[in-house]
Design a protein around this ligand. Sequence first.
Ligand SMILES: Cc1cc2nc3c(=O)[nH]c(=O)nc-3n(C[C@H](O)[C@H](O)[C@H](O)COP(=O)(O)OP(=O)(O)OC[C@H]3O[C@@H](n4cnc5c(N)ncnc54)[C@H](O)[C@@H]3O)c2cc1C
Length: 79
Amino acid sequence: MVGKYDADRLAHPGLSTAVIEQDRGGGECSYWACIPTKALLRSTAALRAACRLPGAREAVTDALDSTAALRRRDGFVSR
Ligand SMILES: Cc1cc2nc3c(=O)[nH]c(=O)nc-3n(C[C@H](O)[C@H](O)[C@H](O)COP(=O)(O)OP(=O)(O)OC[C@H]3O[C@@H](n4cnc5c(N)ncnc54)[C@H](O)[C@@H]3O)c2cc1C
């Protein structure tokens, strides 16, 4: 298994490297782990921050739209 952190070590000057990926190029972080996790948590974090801030919290009139938050996450990992 070769991950993106191995790419630098493989790319020595004068050598050619070919990486064959069994799934989507980019690995776990881009499509299943870091990026989708952070994209999903961001909506909650922004809402919580707004709820702590006088002047902004009064504008928060509803709960988190989980469908929209999931759609946002999917948008990050579908490109
Ligand atoms: C929920 C979650 C959240 C995370 N959040 C963060 C974060 O916020 N920050 C952070 O720094 N890290 C985070 N991580 C860890 C991070 O995702 C991994 O450390 C990172 O993806 C490892 O990179 P890698 O390139 O070594 O391996 P991977 O990204 O796993 O890449 C390995 C690749 O090899 C492919 N492969 C495997 N076997 C074969 C085979 N036999 N033939 C061909 N291809 C194969 C796989 O399909 C995969 O694409 C998180 C992990 C999880 C699960």
